[in-house]
Each structure stands twice: as C-alpha cells, then as structure tokens.
Ligand binder design. Sequence first.
Ligand SMILES: Cc1cc2nc3c(=O)[nH]c(=O)nc-3n(C[C@H](O)[C@H](O)[C@H](O)COP(=O)(O)O)c2cc1C
Length: 246
Amino acid sequence: MAENAQVAAQLGAPAIDINFGCPSKFVNRKMGGSVLLQEPERVYNIVAAVRKAVDASTPVTAKIRLGYKDDSLALDNALAVESAGASELTIHARTRIEGYTPPARWEALAPLREALTIPLIANGDIRSIDDYYRCADASGCVDVMLGRGALNNPLLAKQIKQSRNNEDIVQLDWSVVSSLILATSAQMELEFSNEYVVMRIKQWLKMLRGHHPQAQQVFNEIRRMKKLEDVKLVIDGDVKIITLQK
Ligand SMILES: Cc1cc2nc3c(=O)[nH]c(=O)nc-3n(C[C@H](O)[C@H](O)[C@H](O)COP(=O)(O)O)c2cc1C
C-alpha cells in the first residue's frame, strides 16, 4: 500500500484515499476492503504506512463502513484512522453485511463525530436536498459524500451547496446531461473496452430515468445496441435535437 501510494503521488495524485469499504467477496478474500474492519490495528498500520510514504503536502484520507458484521468496532476503526495521521474520514453508514440496502444509519455516525477531531464525512442514501438535511441532523456531519445520488442527479452536490447558501436551485437540462455522458464516455474509453463503456452508459441511463424522462427514451433506443459508436450517435443526436429546439 505504501509503495503504491508513492507511485500514485509521483504520477500526480492530488490525494490518497484508502478504501476500507468495499464489500466485494473477491476483494475481501484477498484481505482488501471492508474485511479489514475486523482488525483496527491493521487499519492503523496501513494508514500510518501510507501517511509515512508520501510527502506531507499530499493528503491521506480513508473511507470505512460502520463495520464488517456489526458496529462493535466502528469507534476503534475511526480512531485508528485518525491516530494514524489521516486528515479526513468518510464513513458509509452501513456494515458490509448491510451492503447497499437502505436505510443508511446516519444516527450511528453521531457518537463517532463526537469522538473525532478530523472532519467526518457522512455517506449513504443521500439522494436529495432533503436527505442532506436529515443526514446532517442525525449525524452532526456538515460534509457528505454522494454515491448513487450523484449518478441519479449529477447536479445534486451543487444543489445542496446552493440550498445551504440560500441561493436559487439550478435544474439540469437534458442536453447538459447528454454532453456529460459523452464526456464521461471519452474518459472511460481511455482505460476500458468499448463493451464495458456501453454497459456503463446503459447503467447510468437507467439511474437517470427518475430525474430525466429523456433518459428512458434514449435507453429504449440503445438497449439492444452493442457498438459504442452507435450508442454515441444516438446520444449525440439527442444533444443536437434538444439544442435545435431551444
Ligand atoms: C457501482 C458502484 C461502485 C462503487 N465503487 C466504489 C469505489 O470504487 N470506491 C469506493 O470507495 N466506493 C465505491 N462505491 C461506494 C460508494 O462510494 C458509496 O459508499 C455507496 O454507494 C453508498 O453511498 P450511496 O448510498 O450514496 O450510493 C461504489 C458504489 C457503487 C454503487
């Protein structure tokens, strides 16, 4: 972990965030992700080794869950991360066993927030501005991390910020979402196969459907398509049609 952190920092990583939350059986079998939450001392050793390996100007942060099977080691793990020198901690307010199933238990973060001196960032099931305030009330955390909520509504982070600042809340135009999908596709194409990118675009369109009826229309058009070029033509066409109508 320390060697990899050094390489990442040399390649220009602005920060190193260590993920102790992954529930994947494949990752857990190899002693990665949330299985480590059963051993707070090991969590400490990993964070401390990474902290020591990179320059002090590179922030080292960590993300954990409330635990593996239950919450009994939540405080030990949170304090392990802090005392090993991490500058922020994000907690996904579920155990590994709870997976991704709602509701996230924001209230379980409150005593951890009290015990820590580093910023605690709450995560789990924040899908609207209202969820943000309910999470902040229950957990005492001002800052949050968005997962699926940001995929459902790419403007959610901005809208939460605007609400906090008493500003008008912007709404996202579908042409902007289409452009975002194409830009994300271009980024993914650098790293992944075309089949993988097509699969991710379809997955994202499904998540966008609740906020944008157009996502359903585009999904219907591309659902049987396999070639990335064809998919992009539909999305690109969509951007142009909407632009012309305006
Ligand atoms: C498809 C998917 C991929 C994810 N990949 C990562 C990851 O690579 N690293 C990470 O720390 N969390 C990852 N997560 C977890 C999210 O960051 C987040 O902790 C989790 O989804 C709970 O937040 P939510 O209820 O807002 O989605 C992933 C979640 C999903 C649904």
